[in-house]
Design a protein around this ligand. Structure first.
Ligand code: SF4
Ligand code: SF4
Length: 187
């Protein structure tokens, strides 16, 4: 739906450009006075990184690949997030990991490789929306820095482990035993 944007007509006072500057300075001075007489947590200026603002629910920050209680990755390598990503920054390689095809006619899939180029990501949340398995979340965490471009390529284990400490979970660096163990079938 189109939005009609009204053209702002400047008065002669506005056209002097002195009055708007004075208005801006009055706002800045008001903040200065408020900072003097308010307690530290309520000030406009936050002493980052010692202090951090409360991030609202729904904030789209950095990604996490979720796992089950046993450590298995929730992602089934369906590529929905990769397709939905407008920045084309998700890259997935799938692998099959069970012998369910013998008994049920299909195999379980999981990502052998899963990476996000955080230099290209615009934190739009489309991947999270598209995921049918609730396997990729955008968290409230927003601190993102690195000394080189390669470090901004988040791989599968980065995405699974980065927040383990904060969430009190154990780090895992290899997939646990598949939930459906391989069996030797005599043909
Ligand atoms: S948040 Fe958006 S840009 Fe970033 S990986 Fe997800 S879909 Fe792509
Ligand atoms: S994160 Fe979700 S949408 Fe992306 S491949 Fe895995 S299961 Fe599919």
């Amino acid at each position: 739906m189109g939005v009609i944007v009204k053209k702002v007509e400047l008065t002669w006072l506005d056209r002097t450009y002195v009055w708007p500057v004075l208005q801006g300075m009055a706002i800045t001075f008001g903040h200065f006075i408020r900072n003097l007489f308010t307690t530290t947590p309520n000030r406009y200026t936050v002493q980052y990184p010692e202090m951090k603002r409360e991030i609202p629910d729904g904030y789209r920050g950095l990604h996490e690949l979720k796992r089950f209680e046993g450590g298995e990755i929730k992602c089934v390598a369906c590529f929905m997030c990769q397709e939905a990503c407008p920045a084309r920054c998700i890259s997935i390689e799938a692998e099959e990991f069970s012998d369910l095809n013998i008994t049920q006619g299909f195999q379980e899939k999981r990502p052998a490789k899963f990476s996000i180029d955080m230099l290209r990501c615009i934190c739009c949340g489309m991947c999270e929306e598209a995921c049918p398995k609730d396997a990729i979340w955008l968290r409230k965490d927003y601190e993102l820095a690195a000394y080189d471009r390669l470090s901004m390529q988040y791989g599968k284990w980065d995405l699974m482990n980065t927040y383990s400490d904060a969430d009190g979970k154990a780090h895992i660096n290899q997939d646990p035993t598949p939930s459906v163990p391989r069996r030797t079938i005599a043909l």
